[in-house]
Design a protein around this ligand. Structure first.
Ligand code: GDP
Length: 313
């Protein structure tokens, strides 16, 4: 087993309006991701049209930011309803979660829904108490509420020792001390790197890529989104696509991508722990595993159910 010291994969969890979009925007701005002449003029996670109309996040997306030499992939989660088991699928791609809670409102139902799944899947949590600048905010009480919620949801001993960062995403600062507001987002970047486990795996083992989501692009068509669980993948390589019903199909990865900032960029190679996208495989589906020819071992996958909550928009 080897460890990707310079990589972290986290999912972000929050009740609607508690500030996850603002927080990710701010991390992007303060990371080395953008060249000086590039401006973040669009809100990161609300790029989907339906979302923009409704002001909520429906589809999950990944944003990648740099903290020094470390790449942090931040995967969005829908907090309000479980669209076909999407939450579990997203959580399968990450090693930890960033739980964002409003310092004034405290824990809300939508926080609880995703947190329960994250704790159940044994993900390492990092709590961000956001909006500490808000009049009447009560960060310490909110931390107590979060602790109560963790206990109620059956968090294990390790999860209950969650680290806390106090932040104002809007103000662009974070701190480990509720009584001293920080000057920038560095404390949050630092906690992510120190607290969230780096991916572990075998770079030389047989390739296994678990496909956790499907995306579309006008130019390249259907895209499989997933995590390299084992081995190393190369742009253009052939592979075996293992279906959830036991089917096997020889396929070619026409294009391999990784996340960079808000973009998907083509890459020559990726290894265990990397979150990647593949195009050129028109039959690719959620739950399938891409394997190398010499080692066809599909991965287990969380079953996709019908939505558990029906929303009226
Ligand atoms: P999301 O639904 O979790 O993505 O929340 P948004 O990032 O869209 O934020 C919801 C609202 O809260 C927006 O009006 C933000 O400007 C505001 N907001 C976000 N972070 C902060 C913060 O740190 N302090 C204050 N006062 N407002 C914030």
């Amino acid at each position: 087993m080897a460890t990707r010291e310079n990589l972290r994969n986290i999912a972000i969890i929050a009740h609607v309006d508690h500030g996850k979009t603002t927080l990710v925007d701010e991390l992007l701005k303060q990371s080395g991701t953008f060249r000086a002449n590039e401006v973040v003029d669009e809100r990161v996670m609300d790029s989907n049209d339906i979302e923009r109309e409704r002001g909520i996040t429906i589809l999950s997306k990944t944003t990648s930011v740099m903290y020094g030499d470390t790449k942090i992939n931040i995967v969005d989660t829908p907090g309000h309803a479980d669209f076909g088991g999407e939450v579990e699928r997203i959580l399968q791609m990450v090693d930890g979660v960033l739980l964002v809670v409003d310092a004034f409102e405290g824990c809300m139902p939508q926080t609880r829904f995703v947190l329960k799944k994250a704790l159940g899947l044994k993900k390492k949590p990092l709590v961000v108490v956001n909006k500490i600048d808000r009049e009447g905010s009560r960060p310490e009480e909110v931390v107590d509420e979060v602790l109560d919620l963790f206990i109620e949801l059956g968090a294990d001993e390790d999860q209950i020792e969650f680290p806390v960062v106090y932040a104002s995403a809007k103000g662009g600062y974070a701190s480990l001390d509720p009584h001293n507001k920080g000057t920038d987002m560095q404390p949050l970047f630092k906690e992510i790197v120190e607290e969230i486990p780096a991916p572990e795996g075998d770079p030389d083992g047989g390739l296994q890529i678990l496909i956790s989501n499907i995306d579309y692009d006008d130019y390249v068509g259907r895209i499989g989104v997933g995590r390299v669980e084992r081995g190393t993948v190369k742009n253009g390589q052939g592979a075996v696509l293992c279906g959830i019903d036991g089917t096997r199909q020889n396929v070619r990865i026409q294009k391999l991508y990784q996340y960079e900032g808000l973009k998907r960029v083509e890459t020559e190679t990726a290894t265990y722990g990397d979150l990647i996208c593949v195009s050129g495989i028109n039959s690719i589906n959620i739950g399938e595993t891409l394997c190398s020819y010499d080692c066809v071992e599909p991965l287990p996958f969380v079953k996709i159910d019908e939505p558990t909550v029906t929303m009226n928009f």
